[in-house]
Design a binder for this molecule. Structure first.
Ligand SMILES: *Cc1c(COP(=O)(O)O)cnc(C)c1O
Length: 407
């Protein structure tokens, strides 16, 4: 929800841009920290969700570690104050250069995704006379009940090693002297809103750690990955994810043995609600079948709706500023308010909200119900703090998108 002061501030800024609500970001980080600390859990922030320097500085200040998926992310994490002893590094395609960089940085742990990768890390560590700490990323074949584009923990996915390969994994671990095995790692998908899924994951992790111990391997790190979802439909009434409920599932169902650490890798849940994409209407096109609103932002600034068929709430801030928000209108009991509602309702229209890019897929959402909208109206696409700014591109030679911060 944007205050009238914020909306009038937007009027004077060139669009499009990402608007960051730093107060909400801090509240979210504090809520996660409090809930994780209750059980002594370790949280690594998944850098790929958002690497805006101000966001990283805030996250780092709460003492979270970093979860990286490229050498440059490892470097950015360390440059932004995340201690190297709290950096984990996953990814199915780590290059030799990236592995060497992470070895030089003495990161906490490589989350290794194949047997061949174990061999390569061992060889590169040997050349440096080092021992690399490794956890095995296991594909637990747990269905995340999320969109198939963002599920990662099924046998058909490219990530991790599958359970039938584990005998070869332990053979490799016995053979390679420059690896120190620390534990097992999982990450089953993203935007998971059904906490039962994590219960299934815990059961699989318990089986897996027993298997390793039966084969003579001591496990100190249980890394459960990330994926906790956010409420894209109700960003104002449900701005902070249920971290308490999430961690409690692991407390209740994960069999944590003495000396073991439980690690998490949260991206979206920490940053998604803290930003909106702010844009202006360039043109209103009324067709015979469709009304289009052409915004000055498109898939080059925010690609989630086009790439993953993701729903994101779209609001006309200019009309809300004029008439009060739709929600408070509906709740209003005064007769004046009532007449206002009918006035508003008569002006609700359906629009396809599209961007300016030369691709038909460049559409944020079809048939959005909005107050009648006009050229120059300010729009917000909500819950855009995760996988938004980081996926922006210069396609069509567009300007790089900037950011604006709450005071
Ligand atoms: C992307 C990713 C995460 C974070 O996922 P979210 O859905 O943003 O929480 C965690 N771990 C790994 C290995 C990842 O690739």
């Amino acid at each position: 929800m944007f205050s009238p002061v914020t909306i009038s501030r937007f009027q004077n800024i060139e669009t499009p841009f990402y608007y960051y609500d730093l107060a909400l970001l801090n509240k979210t980080l504090q809520a996660c920290k409090t809930a994780a600390d209750r059980y002594g859990f370790h949280v690594h922030y998944a850098m790929k969700a958002n690497f805006n320097p101000k966001v990283l500085t805030a996250i780092q200040s709460y003492g979270f570690g970093a979860d990286c998926v490229s050498g440059n992310e490892v470097k950015a994490a360390i440059d932004n104050g995340f201690g190297q002893d709290k950096v984990v590094f996953a990814g199915v395609g780590k290059s030799d250069r990236e592995i060497n960089m992470a070895l030089d940085a003495d990161i906490f742990c490589f989350n290794v995704e194949s047997i061949q990768e174990l061999a390569v890390i061992n060889e590169l560590a040997k050349a440096k006379n080092k021992k690399a700490r490794v956890a095995i990323r296991i594909n637990p074949n747990v269905d995340a009940h999320t969109h198939h584009f963002i599920t990662t923990g099924l046998d058909e996915n490219k990530f991790g090693v599958n359970s039938w390969q584990l005998n070869d994994v332990v053979d490799a671990l016995r053979k390679y002297d420059n690896l120190q095995f620390v534990g097992i790692h999982f990450h089953i998908g993203s935007q998971i809103t059904d906490l039962e899924v994590y219960k299934s994951l815990c059961i699989r992790i318990n089986e897996m750690q027993d298997w390793f111990e039966d084969h003579g391997f001591k496990i100190t790190v249980l890394n459960t990955g990330g994926g906790l979802g956010v409420d894209y439909h109700n960003p104002d009434t449900n701005p902070i994810p249920d971290f308490e409920g999430y961690f409690k599932v692991f407390k209740d169902f994960l069999n944590v043995k003495p000396g073991q650490e439980v690690h998490f890798e949260l991206g979206r849940a920490l940053v998604a609600q803290a930003a909106s994409l702010v844009s202006r209407v360039l043109y209103v096109k009324n067709g015979q079948k469709k009304n289009f609103l052409v915004l000055d932002a498109g898939m080059t600034e925010l690609i989630r709706p086009m790439l993953y068929q993701a729903y994101m709430r779209i609001e006309n801030l200019s009309r809300e500023a004029e008439t009060g928000s739709q929600k408070s209108e509906v709740g209003s009991q005064t007769s004046e308010g009532q007449s206002h509602i009918s006035h508003l309702k008569s002006h609700i229209l359906k629009y396809d909200v599209v961007g300016p890019i030369c691709e038909s897929t460049d559409c944020f959402q079809k048939d959005v119900e909005l107050p009648e909208s006009f050229r120059g109206d300010i729009f917000a696409v909500r819950t855009a703090g995760a996988y938004g700014e980081v996926m922006a591109s210069r396609y069509n030679l567009r300007d790089a998108i900037g950011s604006v911060y709450s005071e």
